[in-house]
Design a binder for this molecule. Structure first.
Ligand code: SF4
Ligand code: SF4
Length: 124
């Protein structure tokens, strides 16, 4: 087996975690209507919501179609810029991203419980 170096680190990463989801920044929800929309979105399989230091995001748990069975990128030489600029210095292999989340909703029930705590009168 290859020595563990920054160049070989990804080959030690089971499932190539960083290639198995996408995130999309969203405006921070404020109103009940905003949260109603989030409840609809998080109700879909593989859709999660989190908030960290950079704001609110949707997380789509969906592996990249270019991820090969051996963990390599099938379009490495022409992979998108987002992939090129991503550093493995300190990544999901080192610590789960949710450690840095202020809020994390993986299901309708989790977000609904938060809405009930946040708004005195829920639902609308
Ligand atoms: S950058 Fe990190 S999470 Fe992504 S494949 Fe490499 S070690 Fe795994
Ligand atoms: S294009 Fe390649 S590097 Fe980028 S997410 Fe897909 S498999 Fe990973």
């Amino acid at each position: 087996m290859a020595a563990y170096t920054p160049e070989t680190k990804c080959s030690f990463c089971p499932g190539s975690k960083c290639c198995t989801y996408v995130t999309q920044r969203i405006p921070g929800p404020r109103s009940k209507r905003d949260f109603e929309e989030l409840l609809w979105q998080v109700s879909h399989r593989g859709v999660e919501v989190y908030k960290d230091d950079d704001g609110w995001f949707l997380l789509f748990d969906s592996p990249c179609e270019h991820l090969q069975a051996d963990g390599r990128c099938g379009i490495y030489a022409r992979r998108p810029f987002v992939c090129r600029e991503y550093s493995n210095d300190y990544c999901e292999f080192d610590a789960p991203p949710e450690e840095g989340f202020e809020l994390y909703f993986r299901s309708y029930e989790e977000l609904l419980a938060y809405c009930r705590r946040r708004f005195r009168h829920w639902p609308v």
